[in-house]
Design a protein around this ligand. Sequence first.
Ligand code: P6P
Length: 336
Amino acid sequence: MDKNQIITLDEFIIHRQKDFPYASGELTGLLRDIGVAAKIVNREVNKAGLVNILGVDGNSNASGDEVQKLDMYANEKLITCLKNSGECCGIASEENEDFIPMPTVESKNAKYVVLFDPLDGSSNIDVNVSVGTIFSIFRRKSDANGDVTLEDFLQKGSEQVAAGYVLYGTSTILVYSTGRGVNGFTLDPSIGEFCLSHRDIKIPDRGNYYSVNQGYYLKFDVEMRRYIDHCSDMNLRLRYIGSMVSDIHRTLFQGGIFLYPNTRKYPQGKLRVLYECNPLAFIVEQAGGKAITCQLERILDLQATELHQRTTIVIGSPAMVDEMEEFVGRYTVVPT
Ligand code: P6P
C-alpha cells in the first residue's frame, strides 16, 4: 500500500482479510458495521452540547423526537447496526443486564458475539470531555445451530478475535486489532470515512505520565501507594481524565501507566472485565504493552463468571508495569 494513499477503514479491513486464509468475510462485515455505528454515534456526540440550544422541551426536541441519554442512544445504534448486519449471533452491553441473542439474518449462521461499552465515560459528556466506545469480538463456542449461550460471552480475553475502541475527542479515531498489530483510523468528516492515520501503533517502553485517581490515594493498598509515590519521586506527570478510553489512548501513544486499583467502594476494582479491560488489554498487548490486575494476573487470562464482572487493572508501557510488579512484590503486606 502506498503510504501517502488515503486508505479507508473498509479498504484496510478488506485488504487485511487476506491475512486470514479461511476468513469468509463475516468478521470483515462485523468490523465495518461497528465503523458505521461509530459514525452515527459520533454525529450525536458532537452535537450533544447543542441539544439544549436546539429547542429541547423536557424530554423531546423541537421535532417532538424523544431526546435520549447519549449512552442509551449509542447502545441502540450499535445494537441496530449489529442486528442488521446478520454477522453476529449475540451481543452483550454495559447498558443491558443480560446478553441479547441476535436474530438470524438471511439464514447466515453468524459465528461471532460482540461485547461493548457503548459510551464509556458518558458522565463527562455534559462537560465536553472525550468519551469512547469499546468493543470486543469472540467466535461463538456453542453449536452454530443452537441459541447463543452465556459461555459464548464469558471467554478469556486471550480468545478475542478482534477488539478496539472509538475515541470521540478533538477528532474521532477508531483503533482496532485482529491480533496482527494495532492500527488507527481518523474520521474525515468531509468524506464521512475513517481513514488510516496511525499504522502499526507501538506503545513506548516507558513514558512520563502516570494515570490514577489520586483522590483515592489513601484508600489504596500500601503497595499501590508506594508505587504512586515512586511515580511522583520520578517526577512523572499525573494525567487522569476520568474517561478510560481517553486515558488509555494517551498511554498507548505517549507511553505511561494507567491504574485503577481496588478501593473500599470497589473492592474488586471498578472497571469491567469483558467490555472495558479485555479489549483495551488486547490492544495494548498487541502494541507491545502489558495489562495485569493489582494481584499480578494477566488481564487476558482472567476467567469471568458473570457479564458485568469488575477487576483491578494496571496497564501501559511494559517497563513501567514491570516496575509496578516489583513494588507489589516488595511492599505487599502478607497477613501473618
Ligand atoms: P473514577 C467512567 O465512569 C469510568 O468507567 C472509566 O471510563 C474511567 O476510567 C473511570 O470510570 C473513572 O472512575 O472512580 O475515577 O471517577
